[in-house]
Write a new protein. Structure first.
Length: 138
């Protein structure tokens, strides 16, 4: 998994938000860490992390935004909550920091959060900052 060059100012704030929310030292938070699997975050921790990032960057993180990306259009998720081939492709495009083999047949919408890396949040923050700047200049 190749991670992009990180802006040190943005990365520092993202790393700090994770460390503070999860009771970790900043050097214990790396971009490739799975938020649930490696850092042992729980659902309430996601809200705390999102709140800290929103406050640090003066942005609004849409709840369920990545899941919505998988559901966009027709046929992203079947009637059993399993992502279709199209849904998996959209999710993989939205989460380039996740190794391709983790987007497998049978992946359920309820399992998407297990794929999140710290880099997922970094990428989301960068995009929201860019969107905000573009809106301000429009």
């Amino acid at each position: 998994m190749a991670l992009p060059e990180f802006d040190p100012d943005i990365w520092g704030k993202v790393q700090r938000a994770f460390a503070e929310a999860l009771g970790l030292e900043e050097d214990e938070v790396e971009p490739h860490h799975k938020v649930i699997g490696d850092l042992e975050a729980e659902s309430l921790d996601f809200l705390d992390i999102a709140f800290r990032l929103e406050r640090a960057f003066d942005i609004k993180i849409p709840r369920g935004g990545i899941e919505q990306t998988a559901r966009e259009g027709d046929g992203g998720v079947d009637e059993n909550g399993v992502l279709t081939v199209d849904g998996l492709a959209r999710l993989a495009a939205a989460m380039p920091e996740v190794p391709a083999e983790e987007f497998h047949a049978g992946l359920r919408v309820t399992e998407i959060a297990e794929l999140f890396r710290v880099a997922t949040f970094y990428t989301m923050v960068v995009k929201l900052i860019e969107d905000k700047a573009a809106g301000a200049s429009a």
